[in-house]
Design a protein around this ligand. Sequence first.
Ligand code: AMP
Length: 388
Amino acid sequence: MSDAILVLNAGSSSVKYAIFGAAPGADALTHGQIDRIGQGAVWHPEDHPAEPLPLPHDAGHKPVLTWLTDRLRADASDLNVVAAGHRVVHGGRDFGEPCVVTPAVLDGIRALSPLAPGHQPHNIAGIEALQTVWPDIPQVACFDTAFHRTQPRLAQLFALPRALTDEGVLRYGFHGLSYDYIASQLPSVLGARAEGRVIVMHLGNGASACAMVNRHSVATTMGFTALDGLMMGTRCGDIDPGVLIHLQRTHGYDADGLETLLGKHSGLKGVSELSSDMRDLLASKTPEAAEAVALFAYRASLSVGSLAAAMGGLDALVFTAGIGEHSAEVRALVADRCGWLGLSIDADANDRHQTLFHTAESAVAAAVIPTNEELVIANRTRTLVAAG
Ligand code: AMP
């Protein structure tokens, strides 16, 4: 039996999973994804990605994770699973590095749930589901916030009274595992420019952008929670806090109501009144869908300007995640607004999803790099388990 590492990446409405060989650098043996949890979950196993299979039970993340872990135990019956790694969205101030999950660590992760209510409970459910099925293996938590802990203090501060800052009301940033993977790929894609001023745009159902210098995060668009920054599938992104006060005073919203409005009914879904899925909007002919796409790209381009200011210029713009990797149209809409920074893209190369798609004259490189959060989790888990 060969040794293997199991990886779970539980998101707000999906769970990605992979099994890797335990040896350093070993590839994924299998991987897959369950989508639309809570709305008729479907399973995309690796061998039938185009033909999703409906799941028998879909009463939320917990039963889906229980089903998945039982299934993985059956699939891995000829493997010796020696460790598991998890994406955990919020590490707060205390978790700046991956760590082995002990009862105290799990309590710390639970205590951060109010800061990421749409994700953290699902990450915890994944850890608990594996504790039941593989009670004796070490589990490693890899935090989405950790990559941003290198940011200068000014990038982490809100202009709030100091007492709130001291209590941890800070800009943490998210999508760190994706940025970590992209940072590892930059040298092979960008050469010497990799160590310069790079903005990575993670444009998926959740979306954010990260400014990197020397492949370290110096600023990012998400803040205290994953609601901040870019417009997303169902999340509003940047918003005047005065709107929240207005909604409380005149529409009777409380905290839970605001969380649902800003987190589940806004973004592409709210503006288009059609769908949170970029593919549906690009295929639609309604003016509302077109406006949602235009607003998404407009606001993403504003963030490029802001992050370039944080770095004093820009050497490369990199796109990743579902929309960033697959939609040449959205990449062009964002990049065309960045001409003032010296970026000019080759439309044909972009349409062909070529890794580098800037013109020869462009002062700024444009690239598309598929992300791989599961590989980062597997590598961190291998390192920690090997250390002992
Ligand atoms: P992710 O959260 O990274 O899985 O990305 C999900 C988002 O990527 C959804 O909005 C999808 O509509 C979008 N997406 C996936 N494939 C495509 C595509 N070919 N064209 C446009 N958007 C896409």
